[in-house]
Ligand binder design. Structure first.
Ligand SMILES: *Cc1c(COP(=O)(O)O)cnc(C)c1O
Length: 246
């Protein structure tokens, strides 16, 4: 897991990367006549060593995303300042859900009723209730219905949302997606737009005003995602550099 130790040069690079990403976020927000503060930057630290997370934290990053439970736990156990928010963004098996409810602050990758029920049941069993009450979650949407991806289809969102809304220990805050790989970046725009429309429908017709979040946009496509309404962008490579594996 440890790729390398942090050096002064790495700190300088990461500082420049974060500055660049924040500038592009601000530009994209302005293009869409939105405020940059409406967009939460989640730094995706998967495969990266704890030292790099600590550097990013010292450079002002407060939200981090991880996609593998074991790897994340080894980091969270050692590094959990009170103002740091850990996001689970990867496919989650129910047998690993217990650890997740006791360590992560938000689960972005709820892709089935089965998983939602497991999380809810585990939260009911937690000895110490969460400070915030319910566990915030996002429903993960397979926005282009790709065979290779988990997540619910756009059509299935309302049904899933209605059922998850009955679970007392979860709060659906919105939707998350990983957009398809495309040749021409503009091709992702309709998918982001479709996710925003799905979120609007959920908020206005099914879940109410707490359903605000739209987690979409990664290193390749976050500018377009913000133009289309993203409230959370999940950025790995543009902050931490290329990964040795995914
Ligand atoms: C890895 C990952 C990201 C970040 O991807 P980059 O291309 O490195 O920005 C975002 N979201 C999810 C779900 C991921 O697995």
């Amino acid at each position: 897991m440890i790729e390398h130790q942090a050096s002064d040069q790495q700190i300088a690079e990461m500082s420049a990367n974060i500055k660049h990403v924040r500038e592009r976020i601000a530009e994209a927000a302005h293009t869409a006549q939105r405020e940059p503060s409406e967009v939460t930057l989640v730094a995706v630290s998967k495969t990266k060593p704890l030292e790099m997370i600590q550097i990013a934290y010292n450079l002002g990053i407060r939200h981090f995303g991880e996609n593998r439970v074991q790897e994340a736990l080894s980091k969270i156990e050692v590094f959990h300042p009170a103002d740091l928010v850990w996001h689970m963004i990867g496919h989650l098996q129910t047998n690993k859900a217990r650890k997740v409810v006791s360590t992560f602050d938000i689960v972005q990758s709820v892709d089935s009723l089965h998983l939602a029920r497991a999380l809810d049941r585990l939260l009911a069993e937690e000895a110490t209730p969460r400070k915030a009450g319910r566990l915030p979650i996002l429903l993960e949407v397979n926005v282009a219905s790709e065979a290779s991806k988990t997540g619910v289809t756009l059509t299935d969102i309302p049904d899933l949302a209605r059922q998850v809304a009955t679970l007392p220990h979860l709060e659906v805050r919105g939707l998350m997606t990983v957009a398809p790989q495309v040749e021409d970046l503009e091709e992702v725009r309709p998918f982001f737009r479709a996710l925003r429309e799905a979120r609007d429908h959920l908020r206005d017709e099914i879940l109410g005003p707490t359903c605000t979040e739209l987690s979409m946009g990664m290193t390749n496509d976050y500018v377009i995602a913000i133009e289309e309404g993203a409230t959370i962008v999940r950025i790995g490579r543009a902050i931490f550099g290329a990964r040795a594996y995914t």
